[in-house]
Design a protein around this ligand. Structure first.
Ligand SMILES: C=C(O[C@@H]1C=C(C(=O)O)C=C[C@H]1O)C(=O)O
Length: 434
């Protein structure tokens, strides 16, 4: 087993108003960014991969042992300081995608109270000092990735699931829901972008982070995007989640004369029985799965309308005090396993919906709709749901994914249109047109 050592340096604060985004200058960066704060990291000191039904528990166990064995010099105790790993997990236990945890070599972190730098080494002889950490970062920042403008030769085409196949799957899903046995099913499809020059990943991510500042912008080993949905965040002994379900396209509105955006979203989204039903199923699923690990839990009785540049969502924020079990509270990774997949990306009941996804969707979701994020040595971490994103399969080929919750009142045409609204952040940040 690799034995890791790390040193964390207190940087005080970041000077510029763009915050951590200033460091997102290389296409090979790992990142997790929201509101100008978060983590940007480079290099790889260690990696763990897993697959199948035990992919989460194997990774959690490896991380626990790695963190315990590591020599950590960290004067700060905040979440995200000290040893960290970025990770991405396959949606399904049957996926060919390898779930992974990656420990970077150098991490720049920032939160509301300050900024820090962590140098991590798998070399027992390396010198771990504040100067060595600064020199390592400077080395990575010496070479920045090129930017480029939109290119008319880039193309966007159907992936494994055509529009027709998607609508047929939605129609079949509605029929199965009407027949009983399940109440909600999430069906997704993919698009392939073929680029005439290698993807400028850092530029794409900076654009996503700037426009979708209320979302979590992620990049982990070729999985990139900006998700509005927080599966589970653990900070000290408190867990939080943001559950989304219920969507309204902002590009195609049918407002009454004089009606404001907010009033329209309230009326059409919050006022829709179908959307409220979809949301209720998702929030019930999360709170039911999280409950056994908590001593107290709070969430609003009614969802709120979350406004993003592309869509409005019905959203609920959940906060819970974690319960002690065997002298400790569960780690963010253990909780991600416990709550994944929620009804927001799978359906309800979970097992029946999962089986039906495999039958009707006819594609491997890979890391799409699986947990993506980071964890630290103390078990804190943030695991978003990998939505509104893409997998960089080769430097010039990118696969985009989007899906929708299907309930009995769903129609194939409306769900297909909703997938286009959900593809929009990636399509636009790649400089593509539909
Ligand atoms: C499945 C996706 O999004 C999920 C489905 C939603 C819905 O059906 O209303 C809303 C947010 C997400 O929970 C996606 O973006 O691909």
């Amino acid at each position: 087993m690799t034995s890791l050592r790390s040193v964390t340096v207190d940087l005080g604060g970041l000077s510029s108003s763009t915050g951590i985004l200033d460091y997102l200058v290389r296409d090979d960066a790992h990142c997790w960014i929201r509101h100008g704060a978060g983590l940007v990291a480079f290099g790889e000191a260690a990696r763990f991969t897993s697959s199948g039904p035990d992919r989460f528990s194997d990774a959690a166990e490896w991380w626990r042992r790695t963190a315990r064995a590591a020599e950590v010099d960290n004067p700060l105790s905040a979440p995200g300081t000290g040893l960290v790993a970025f990770g991405s997990f396959a949606f399904s236990k049957t996926s060919a995608y390898e779930s992974r945890l990656i420990v970077p070599r150098i991490v720049v972190g920032a939160d509301e109270s300050g900024a820090w730098l962590t140098l991590i080494s798998d070399d027992g002889g390396a010198e771990l000092t504040a100067d060595a950490a600064r020199a390592e970062l400077a080395g990575w920042l010496e070479e920045v990735s090129p930017e480029h403008g939109p290119d008319g030769a880039d193309t966007l085409h159907p992936g494994q699931v055509s529009e027709e196949a998607y609508m047929a799957a939605v129609a079949a899903g509605v029929e199965r829901i009407a027949g009983g046995g399940l109440t909600k099913l999430v069906l997704a499809r993919d698009l392939v972008a073929d680029l005439s020059s290698p993807i400028a990943t850092a530029q794409v991510l900076r654009e996503l982070a700037a426009r979708y500042h209320d979302c979590w912008t992620y990049s982990v080993d070729g999985l990139i995007g900006s998700t509005p949905e927080m599966l589970i965040k653990v900070e000290d002994n408190v867990a939080r989640a943001r559950v989304l379900a219920g969507t309204l396209d902002r590009a195609n509105t049918h407002k009454i004369e004089g009606e404001s955006d907010a009033a329209y979203a309230e009326r059409v989204l919050a006022g829709s029985e179908k959307q409220q039903h979809e949301h209720e199923i998702a929030i019930d699923s999360l709170t039911r799965k999280l409950q056994p690990y908590t001593s107290a839990m709070t969430s609003h009785s009614e969802p709120f309308v979350l406004e993003l540049p592309n869509v409005w969502h019905l959203a609920s924020d959940v906060s819970a005090d974690l319960a002690l079990d065997g002298g400790r509270t569960p780690s963010s990774l253990e909780l991600a396993e416990a709550v994944h997949p929620t009804a927001a990306v799978c359906g309800s009941p979970t097992e029946a919906a999962g089986d039906l996804i495999r039958e009707l969707e006819q594609m491997d979701r890979g890391p799409y709709a699986g947990p993506v994020g980071w964890t630290d040595g103390a078990g804190n971490g943030e695991w978003g749901i990998a939505l509104r994103g893409a997998v960089v399969e080769t430097p010039t080929r990118v696969r985009l994914y989007a899906g929708c919750g299907i309930v009995e009142a769903s129609t194939p045409e409306a769900e297909l249109a909703e997938t286009w609204a959900k593809f929009r952040p990636m399509i636009e940040s790649l400089g593509l047109r539909r």
